[in-house]
Design a protein around this ligand. Structure first.
Ligand SMILES: Cc1ncc(COP(=O)(O)O)c(C=O)c1O
Length: 432
């Protein structure tokens, strides 16, 4: 092995990094990525790590897909940046592509840089055009790290703690986390129970005509890879329609084929008023978007929102190539097929193992929730599993309110053999 011959080259860099970098930036795995290709990241020693994290749901088409790399290189040599000083062709090309792949009548696009910025922009628009202040979000949600999006995030206390005071007029309702609810065997009753909370909210906390938007993740990501019954989004759509509230669906983590459809809200057939996208949109380049309908965006006057870098030409070129790969290689369909197989296999594997509480997922967005001997969420076991997998060169991330969930977010175009190898390592790591 290279490591034996030359020592651990990661260590020199890790030491330098710890001296120079603000310690708030926590990195999960103690390796230094040198390069990456397809489903593998290679560290400074040349060791290959099978990547079931995709840089937190970004590299859906794998690392450095040749078509994406070519598009980025070509664009970088032609035009890198003009901001809103000029138009550039790639912006409208990306808008046209997003309109083509987005559900329903969504036909007006704004490009930004990060998921949090997409959330912020969408909420500014919702408040502006409704003239209403309040926003409804859900327990366990994650929407970003700016002040507004931190205020809207309740997936873990440590994202919020000591950042108060937060903006007001945010009302947080329960999300159908069926497994940890009182309705473990009756998902629809769990949805009913969540929806009933709107009556309480509207009678006791805020009048619905003061609510600008309902903001929801179609599958909760950081909150624990929680898949709600399809009826949940449908019921939210009804509440929104009845009260002229804007329904914003946050597809930042779920979008671009991850759940077996291009966007997760397609599973329930619900058309949002605004849909948020980021992460996988540009195959690893920073880009985000929110898409809405012209009848809404036309009420938001020019200049009331903007950005320096959003819709940068290089990111746009990368997005066009990435989405073309997703379509040409039929990756949403592959995610659906492979995801169903992995889910079935892991459920069989978990049967009878008391420390595995639930295996759940949609497409290749799969969560494994761990319990201690009393059935409580176990961060310790989830971390132990991730560490054992890491020792065998499989990269995993955790999530969930207590860090008790291992999430599988592999590239959608990993080979069958890579999938098999990853699951074998995982199963071994889960055998306590
Ligand atoms: C659902 C969701 N929304 C928003 C964000 C924020 O995205 P970003 O980190 O790009 O700002 C995330 C990030 O994990 C997310 O999962």
């Amino acid at each position: 092995m290279v490591m034996a011959k030359t020592g651990n080259k990661n260590l020199d860099y890790l030491k330098r990094d710890s001296e120079l970098v603000n310690p708030v930036l926590h990195r999960i795995h103690p390796i230094v990525a040198d390069h990456a290709k397809g489903s593998y990241i290679y560290d400074m020693n040349g060791d290959a790590y099978l990547d079931f994290t995709t840089g937190i749901a970004v590299n859906n088409v794998g690392h450095c897909h040749p078509k994406v790399v070519e598009a980025v290189q070509k664009q970088a040599a032609q035009l890198m940046h003009t901001s809103i000083v000029t138009h550039h062709k790639g912006y409208a090309d990306v808008a046209a592509k997003l309109i083509e792949i987005a559900p329903g009548r969504l036909d007006s696009v704004f490009l930004a840089n990060s998921g949090a910025e997409a959330v912020e922009g969408a909420l500014k628009m919702a408040r502006y055009i409704t003239g209403r202040p309040a926003i409804i979000n859900f327990r366990g949600s994650f929407h970003g790290r700016t002040f507004m999006t931190t205020a809207l995030t309740t997936s873990k206390l440590y994202y919020r703690e000591k950042y108060e005071p937060f903006p007001s007029s945010i009302f947080t309702l329960p999300y159908p986390y069926v497994y940890r609810s009182s309705f473990r065997n009756d998902p629809e009753a769990c949805v009913d129970d969540c929806i009933k909370q709107f009556d309480v909210l509207f009678n006791q906390f805020v009048h619905p005509d003061q609510v600008a938007a309902i903001l929801v993740e179609p599958v909760q990501g950081e909150g624990g890879y929680i898949v709600p019954p399809d009826s949940f989004l449908k019921r939210l759509r009804q509440v929104a329609d009845r009260n002229k509230i804007i329904l914003i669906v946050d597809e930042v983590q779920t979008g671009f084929g991850r759940t077996g459809k291009m966007f997760a809200c397609e599973h329930s057939g619900v058309e949002p008023d605004i849909m948020l996208m980021a992460k996988a949109i540009a195959g690893g380049m920073p880009l985000s978007a929110f898409i809405t309908r012209k009848d809404l965006s036309s009420q938001w006057p020019p200049g009331r929102h903007g950005t320096t870098f959003g819709g940068n030409p290089v990111s746009c070129a990368s997005a066009l190539a990435t989405i073309a790969v997703l379509q040409e290689e039929k990756l949403p369909e592959r995610a659906a097929r492979l995801g169903a197989q992995v889910l079935e296999r892991l459920r069989k594997f978990a049967a009878g193992k008391k420390h595995v509480g639930e295996v759940r997922g949609l497409g290749l967005m799969i969560g494994i929730e761990f319990n201690d001997k009393d059935g409580n969420p176990s961060k310790e076991i989830a971390e132990q599993v991730a560490e054992r997998a890491f020792e065998n060169k499989l990269l995993l991330l955790t999530c969930g309110s207590h860090g008790q969930v291992i999430r599988l977010i592999p590239p959608l175009n990993m080979s069958d053999a890579e999938c098999e190898k990853g699951i074998e390592i995982l199963e071994k790591a889960m055998t306590l």
